[in-house]
Design a protein around this ligand. Sequence first.
Ligand code: PHE
Length: 380
Amino acid sequence: MKTLTLCLATVAVVGAVMLTGGCKKSGGDTIKVGEFASLTGKEATFGISSHEGTQLAMEEINAAGGVLGKKIELLTEDTQSKAGEPATVVNKLVARDGVIAVLGEVASSRSLEAAPICQQNKIPMVSPSSTNPKVTETGDFIFRVCFIDPFQGTVMANFATKTLKAKKVAVLTDVKSDYSKGLAKFFKERFTANGGTIGTELDYNGGDKDFKAQLTAIKAANPDGVFIPGYYTDAALICVQAKQLGLNVPLFGGDGWESEELVKIGGDAVEGNYFSTHYHPDVGSDVSRKFVENYRKRWNGKTPNALAACGYDSALVLGDAIKRAGSTDGQKVRDALAATKNFQAVTGVITVNESRDATKSAVILQVKGGKFNFLETVAP
Ligand code: PHE
């Protein structure tokens, strides 16, 4: 009672602006949107980049007047790159904070952990960049603004066949990651359909430090290349140890390689290697150029990567859906998200398809002089 009285007094004296900070719990003065991201831990750069894009989009939406006459309040939770955390923090966002929608995660396994909570509570969830098909298969409240791994696997298999002219490839999979297992499978399907052979198939556990046993076996099989569908910390160490063992063939992966840490950890050993991802600042529309400019201004001159672009797009698509829904009701926002069509985003034009995924192009990048150089765009 006391808080409420105080708040009302504040409103009378200082005006409605104070409402945001003054009496959050008593009214719907803002529209609360949750975000869960790996801001610390093994995949910290994923969460940080994605969050920077997401926050920039929210600030731009708010600067342009917000949605439904209100400002969006972004509540961000750290998953620490750990299993178990996504469920904890998303439960908190939904049950305690009362968010009307959730943005996240980057890593497919963490999106898969939180998606059933959003689905059960009828809270729309939009993943910026989780590519495993199972994420949106969780249910009709779960969306993503990126392509999926059956496409990404095909892109890299065709690249191995046509550009690298590889006939025999080894695959090294992180068995702890749904992303890695899925991407390995889709890659193998297409590469063998192209007439190639998978010479060696070996596993590791995300977070391992020693890959010498697997790499020694791979080297003995004499492949034309090694596909490593993992995340940057592991992928970089694998490249370092492959070089130490004299395994001098192209090493290549998917979007999970995208981090400045890949080069910091991998150094020389990652030079010349390849990966596919969602976006590169050198290619793109006017929307993309504007985004690069605004991102640099907002984040101390940093150039945005694919994670930042996908994070930005996830927030824009959600903001647009809330506007079209004319309401923050979960079912209505869900319906509006499902109806997203020809939305000009930074990573491309987004139309949400019947599986609640986006059909978009991939880009292939090569590590050159410690930078990620754009090689080609592959349309779906
Ligand atoms: N696609 C990865 C996954 O599903 C996450 C990722 C997206 C990593 C974009 C890097 C860049 O787990």
